[in-house]
Design a protein around this ligand. Structure first.
Ligand code: DQA
Length: 145
C-alpha cells in the first residue's frame, strides 16, 4: 500500500516544544521510524508537514485527485479542534484518513476534547506518543487488506 503521513500546524517543532507532552523525538526521527516500518512491510510512504491550513487542504485534494495513495495518517495539530475547512476536505475525498494525536487529547484541556474531523475520519489513535502513528498505520493496513 502507499500512504501519506500528513502533519499540520506546529508539528514541525515536535521534539523541541512541550517535551513533557510530546516527547523528545523530532518529527524527522518519528518519520524515520514510520519509514522503517513501511519498508519492513513493503509499503510506500510520503511525508508532508505544513503550518498552513490551505496547503493541508491542497495536499488532501491532490492525494485524491491524482490517486496517489491508499490511505492517509493525519495529525492536524490544533486545526483538529476548529478547522471546518479540513473537515470538509477529508469528507470530500474518497480515501481513508486516520486521525492521529501523540498526546491523549481527552485527558487534556477541554478545548482539545472536541475534534471537528473525527466524524469524517476512519478512526482515531491518540495518547501513544510517536507510537500513535505506528498504531494508526497498523489500523490502516488492517482495513485495506
Ligand atoms: C496534537 C494535539 C493537539 O491538541 C495539539 O494542538 C497539537 C498536537 C497531538 O499530536 O497530540 O498540536 O495533535
Amino acid at each position: 500500500m502507499k500512504i501519506l503521513v500528513l502533519n499540520g500546524v506546529n508539528l514541525n517543532l515536535t521534539g523541541l516544544r512541550e517535551k513533557g507532552v510530546y516527547g523528545t523525538e523530532t518529527l524527522a526521527e518519528i518519520n524515520a521510524k514510520i519509514a522503517a516500518n513501511c519498508a519492513a512491510h513493503g509499503d510506500e510512504v510520503d511525508f508532508y508537514q505544513s503550518n498552513s491550513e490551505g496547503l493541508l487542504v491542497d495536499k488532501l485534494h491532490e492525494a485524491f485527485l491524482n490517486k496517489l495513495y491508499d490511505g492517509i495518517l493525519f495529525n492536524a495539530g490544533a486545526y483538529t479542534h476548529y478547522s471546518y475547512a479540513l473537515r470538509d476536505a477529508i469528507a470530500a475525498i474518497d480515501l481513508p484518513v486516520v486521525e492521529v494525536h501523540m498526546s491523549n487529547v481527552q485527558a487534556r484541556e477541554e478545548f482539545r476534547h472536541k475534534s471537528v474531523i473525527s466524524e469524517v475520519c476512519r478512526g482515531t489513535v491518540c495518547g501513544f506518543g510517536a507510537g500513535s502513528y505506528l498504531a494508526a498505520l497498523e489500523g490502516l493496513r488492517y482495513i485495506l487488506k
